[in-house]
Design a protein around this ligand. Structure first.
Ligand code: HEC
Length: 113
């Protein structure tokens, strides 16, 4: 292959990896978050019919958390990073916190439709 051929080949490869890889990573994060949530958080936060908390001792459902005004994935990560005393300490890694936040935010979109 001559120099221009290589440049074209490399360029196409970079584009393919860039687009495909990015999309795969985003949905991987959500799937990873879903698996973690089902394993660690579901018994408290994914109870059928669970909504926003109305009294101090209630636990908000994840869909309600996602639909809060101004909620962002970062907001959820900040909460998790603070290791809130009313939740078990799951010793989450940074990656796991972002995956969980991404998954939780998808639940809000589903409810809004
Ligand atoms: C033993 C039950 C329990 C488990 C397990 C649990 N939580 Fe919680 N969580 C709570 C309680 C209780 C609250 C409500 C705290 C409050 O508002 O006083 C809460 C609140 C939250 C909130 C809302 C914070 C806010 O802004 O009000 C988020 C987000 C959250 N939990 C995420 C998670 C994630 C992610 C997991 C799994 C890794 C998890 N929780 C596991 C009990 C639990």
């Amino acid at each position: 292959m001559n120099a221009r051929g290589w440049a074209g080949f490399l360029g196409a490869t970079v584009v393919a990896l860039g687009l495909g890889g990015g999309a795969a990573r985003a949905s991987d994060g959500i799937e990873k978050g879903r698996a973690l949530a089902e394993r660690l958080c579901a018994r408290c936060h994914m109870v059928p019919g669970q909504a926003e908390k109305r009294t101090a001792n209630e636990i908000p459902g994840f869909a309600a958390v996602a639909r809060r005004r101004g909620q962002t994935p970062e907001g959820i990560v900040v909460w998790l990073r603070s290791v809130p005393p009313m939740m078990p300490n799951h010793h989450l890694s940074q990656d796991e916190m972002y995956a969980l936040a991404a998954f939780i935010m998808t639940l809000g979109e589903a409810g809004r439709r």
